[in-house]
Design a protein around this ligand. Sequence first.
Ligand SMILES: Cc1cc2nc3c(=O)[nH]c(=O)nc-3n(C[C@H](O)[C@H](O)[C@H](O)COP(=O)(O)OP(=O)(O)OC[C@H]3O[C@@H](n4cnc5c(N)ncnc54)[C@H](O)[C@@H]3O)c2cc1C
Length: 434
Amino acid sequence: MNRYAVIGAGPSGLAAARALTRRGIGVDGYEAAAGVGGLWDIDNPRSTMYESAHLISSRTTTEFTEFPLRSTVDYPGHRVLRQYFRDYADHFGLTDRFRFETKVTRLEPQGGGWDLTSDGPEGAHTRWYAGVVLANGTLAEPNIPAFPGTFTGELMHTSAYRSPAQLAGRRVLLIGAGNSGCDIAVDAVHHAASVDMSVRRGYYFVPRYLFGRPSDTLNQGRPLPARIKQAVDSRVLRAFTGDPVRFGFPKPDYRIYESHPIVNTMILNHLGQGDLRIRPDIDRFDGSTVRFRDGTADDYDLVLLATGYTLDYPFVDRAHLHWRGAAPRLFLNIFPASFNGLYVMGMIEASGIGWQGRYEQADLLATYLDALEHDPDTATRFRDRVTSQPWPDLTGGYRYLGLDRMAYYVNKDAYRGAVRREKHALEDQTGRRP
Ligand SMILES: Cc1cc2nc3c(=O)[nH]c(=O)nc-3n(C[C@H](O)[C@H](O)[C@H](O)COP(=O)(O)OP(=O)(O)OC[C@H]3O[C@@H](n4cnc5c(N)ncnc54)[C@H](O)[C@@H]3O)c2cc1C
């Protein structure tokens, strides 16, 4: 039986370990941190969690279907989620399969598989695997844009933000308004001396609750065509949250869902209360002064870059993952078309894909690896299809913004549909089900 390595014990790595072991496939896990949970473990040195963080998608749309969260809370906090992943790993016998505090430092192709080099408590080791599952996370490597000039106050990326104590009594400028940026802005209004947020474009703000229910639970399983959903949801948002332009945000130059929506309306409440101000794009830094594009300027103690993350698989040469632009180009964001024995988990950004969406990736991978072992002809047909036929459209008809951070963005319904179809096709051919 072939053995496979899994890099990372976050939700994606755990999903991979679960799906593979469920099919009887041998797995060795490698995790740089001391335990499971990935970025949901605030004590993981690579975590980008902060004390006030909660789920952004709601519990029932996010949890693993076969292991529901034991909570009635709609948007649990990060510590509840860390415990959830610990319980998940223990329940399915995954914890013991991981080497903790063991970082993968290098992957080299060798003899039809991969030499994996790791460094941990047992020292540096190289072991051979038939294949390697890369689940090292997509939100770990900060994207730090270059700004003209020099800022003499403290310049920090949101990945280093942990608690409001870091903001206390300071004049704070946040650059960017993603979900983390908006969460931190809300923290800041309670602790900082002043809070400004510099933005380049407009955003759509989705309330956590609509009609008394978590908003992402509405209309589940019955996806509307993109144009209709955009028209309906923009009307609903206008009715519930009003026009963010009133609060100083630029008007979005794109339609709703063509970029990641912000699930946070508290920031709008605080803008309405005058607790923070929206500022335009940065022109340059000038000592402790930040000059904005509209000619205005202000002094700050702390500039917090809420400028997102870049993908990084630092332990393997880029050619093996067929990088194109800002992301590897992979079939269903999982399989390199060269079928070289590397498989990527969790390289999906989508509104509402949840951990179950990540599990379904792992399930497809496990079904393919099972076919590889027990029904090689079916596995060959799968590979032939991938290399000879057009790949499915994963946009769901939405025209995503052409930004680096959208390079691996998918529509959750289109994506999950395509993944499930491939899995069922493989299972129908092999007749093998776990
Ligand atoms: C504040 C915040 C809120 C979020 N809210 C939601 C939400 O509501 N819903 C949702 O679906 N997603 C949410 N996310 C996205 C989040 O990325 C996913 O939920 C999930 O954590 C992705 O899991 P992952 O396993 O792919 O990556 P990660 O959780 O990042 O785990 C990767 C793991 O790999 C390990 N690792 C990395 N490199 C190596 C190496 N070289 N060797 C060994 N181990 C390594 C890391 O230590 C880490 O444990 C949120 C993210 C943040 C930051």
